[in-house]
Each structure stands twice: as C-alpha cells, then as structure tokens.
Design a protein around this ligand. Structure first.
Ligand code: 13P
Ligand code: ZN
Length: 389
C-alpha cells in the first residue's frame, strides 16, 4: 500500500492541516511525529527508498528498529496537505538506537524537523510512562500560550491552576497539569532534555515565548490537548483584557468534586496553587512576589523548574546520575501511602516498563537530584535512555 493511502498518514496530515487552520503554525513553526505500528510499517515498506544512516545526538535504545512519520525541517504546515512527500518523511531508528535513516518522503533532500532529538527522547519517555501506548509528539506555536507566558509567574502549579480555572473540562484533558521549562534555544539538546524531564510526569510542556509540546496515545488526543490548553489560555487572556478581576471562577471544591467524580487524581500541588485571577495591578504584585520568593539559583538549577517541594509532591521523581559509569537501576514506584497523600483521588502509579536499559556512561552535565519525596521512597534514579555523547 502507498503511504499516502493509509489511515495513519491521512490522519497525520489532517492533524497538521487543522493546526494550520487554527493559526498555530506561522511559517515553518511547529513539528509533529507519529510512532508507527509494526503492521503499518509492513503495509508500506515495499515503497521505501532507504538512504544512509545518520547519527542521533543521543541514544534512544527503547526505540530501536521503530519507524516514525515526521514533519520535515522548514516545512510550512499550510503546505503539508498539498505536498506531503516534500513536507513529511518516514525515518527508521537503527538497532542500537544511535542512528536514523530516511525511508520515504523528504523529497529534494529534506530532513526531519530540527527538533528531531526532542521528538525521539520524548517518545522514549512517554512510551515508558504509558507502557507503550503513547505514539504522538506534537509541537505548535499557539499565540495564546506564548502570550500567557509573558504575564504568568514561572510556576507550573500556578500556570496549571489558572488554566483549570478557565474551562470546565480542562482538568479532564490535562489532569497532570502543564509543566513549564526555562527558555531554551529552539532545536537544542537543552530544550529536548528539559522537555523530557517534564514529560516524565505530564504530557503537556510549555516552552516559554515559544509554544506547547504535547504527547498523546493518538493524534486526536495530542490535538485535543493542544486545542484545550490553547482555548483555556484564550479565555484567560480575554477575561484579563476586560481589565477587571474575575467575579467567579472554578473553585478548589469544584475541582475536587470533579476529580472525585471522574477519578482524575488531580495533584494537590496544582489544585491548591492560587490561580492568577486578580486585577492587573495585583497580578504584577503577585508575579513580583513569586519571583522574589523563588529559591536561590544554587538550590534551584533552572528558573521556572519545579521547586523541591513541587518535585516532592510529584507521583515519582527522577534524577540524572553524575558523570560516572554506574549502571542505572529501575526505580521503585512510590509507596501507595506517599501517593495517596498527594492526590485528591489516589491513582495507582504504574511501575515503569522494564525497558531494555543500557548503563549510562556519559559526560552528561550533572543535574541536581530531585528531593526525596518521603523517607520511605526509593533513592531517586534516572530511568530513561538519554545518554549524551
Ligand atoms: P522545524 O521547521 O525544524 O520543525 O522547526 C520549527 C520549530 O517550531 C522549532 O521549534
Ligand atoms: Zn517551535
């Protein structure tokens, strides 16, 4: 079967085109990838035109042998439906997870998105976090989200609680909330790694003054998250533009009831963060206050990264090993007692899939270990294959 006759390719192109129609993809802004099922690869591989292997700037061993439909770097989303063989391509990851090669598309010498490493690392993280269900990574530039990052304190809990306060079902679509990473250069390894750390506990990561990076089991799910977060941000900005404080919003009690009814497991750190709904003058005061009370740089490696208290409240924590050649162990899931202390409706934290992990032997920059969530919890360990050269 031809690639463009398959359901997955048609659905992928439709998602890209819908994103363009929503105004999320100016010029070449945004990128997307879909991790193909083996049956889908078998269906189309007779039409592959294989080119030579190229190194990946990291290792993704749990994606070894997998194929991805992915946008080409520099392609304009408005052109994808009209010229898919030029604006899209299929790549295959090699058996060691250290190289990729083009198999289809990328007409006239195109290459995968400049965010290829971010896509691959985050596919690896989300594949493990969802026991193989996650297949889509989607990055777009919705203006409402970028605008919100101009006026919100760099605090993911305040950001999340403010978004949840706007739209009844926002908490249902992003029950783990959004994470917020520091500004990073587009296409950089730093952006890929910061996103992957955030993607360990959520599937929606805000790139300040840039856009949103989401994952989903399906194209519909990824698109739905993008649209819902953008819509909540739009409602927030419209209400702010009135120049008055909110007279009403979704309360903590409302959200708690919602969480119980639908078993959402909304975390306390997001639920009890105060949404930013004040008069504009108070908003400025609040942002300044949050910035002043932020821990010093030494105890908080990255501006905008979750604080140690926030990390302690997360369902699981990770830390990167220092630059030693110690083998990585799989982390234990947090004890049930620690989980139930953190959630409105306790949800079991699934242990990570025992993916074929390789020992980390890298000169990766050391990152401060996350604070231990409780005395009972296991030593935090890093569990995914982000090995840098
Ligand atoms: P690409 O055209 O390389 O995908 O880059 C677009 C983008 O949005 C980078 O963040
Ligand atoms: Zn971008």
């Amino acid at each position: 079967m031809k690639v463009l006759d398959t359901d997955f390719a048609r659905d992928f192109i439709r998602m890209c085109n819908d994103g363009w129609s929503f105004g999320w993809h100016e010029a070449n802004g945004g990128n997307a990838s879909y991790r193909m099922r083996q049956a889908e690869v078998n269906e189309v591989k007779s039409g592959f035109r294989i080119r030579s292997w190229e190194r990946i700037d990291t290792e993704v061993p749990t994606l070894a042998g997998e194929c991805f439909l992915i946008t080409a770097s520099g392609s304009h989303f408005r052109n994808i439906a009209h010229d898919p063989k030029r604006t899209l391509g299929i790549i295959e990851v090699d058996r060691t997870g250290t190289a990729w090669r083009p198999c289809w598309g990328f007409k006239d010498g195109g290459r995968p998105t400049s965010e290829l490493v971010a896509h691959l690392i985050n596919h690896e993280v989300r594949k493990a976090a969802t026991k193989g269900a996650s297949r889509v990574i989607y990055h777009a530039h919705p203006a409402n989200i970028a605008a919100m990052t101009c006026v919100m304190p760099a605090d993911p809990a305040v950001f999340t609680r403010t978004l949840w306060a706007q739209l009844a079902e926002c908490a249902m679509v992003i029950p783990h909330g959004v994470e917020l990473i520091p500004w990073e250069v587009p296409g950089s390894l730093g952006l890929a790694i910061e996103s992957a750390k955030a993607m360990e506990h959520t599937n929606a990561v805000i790139w300040p003054h840039h856009g949103l990076f989401v994952s989903g089991d399906t194209l519909d799910e990824a698109f739905g998250i993008m649209q819902t977060v953008d819509k909540a941000a739009e409602i927030y900005l419209k209400a702010r533009a009135c120049g008055t404080a909110n007279t009403s919003s979704i309360s903590n009690d409302d959200l708690s009831a919602f969480s119980r009814e639908y078993d959402l497991g909304l975390s306390r750190r997001n639920l009890h963060a105060e949404p930013l709904l004040d008069l504009p003058v108070r908003v400025i005061e609040r942002v300044e206050r949050v910035q002043e009370t932020a821990p010093a740089e030494t105890s908080k490696p990255q501006a905008g990264a979750p604080s140690s208290e926030v990390l302690a409240s997360m369902p699981w924590t990770f830390s990167f090993p220092a630059a030693s050649a110690q083998p990585v162990e799989l982390a234990e899931a947090m004890p049930a007692s620690a989980q139930s202390a953190d959630t409105v409706v306790a949800q079991p934290v699934q242990p990570m899939e025992a993916a074929p992990m390789q020992p980390v032997q890298s000169a990766r920059p050391a990152v401060q270990p996350a604070t231990q969530p409780t005395a009972q919890s296991a030593e935090p360990v890093y569990r995914f294959g982000m090995r840098l050269r």
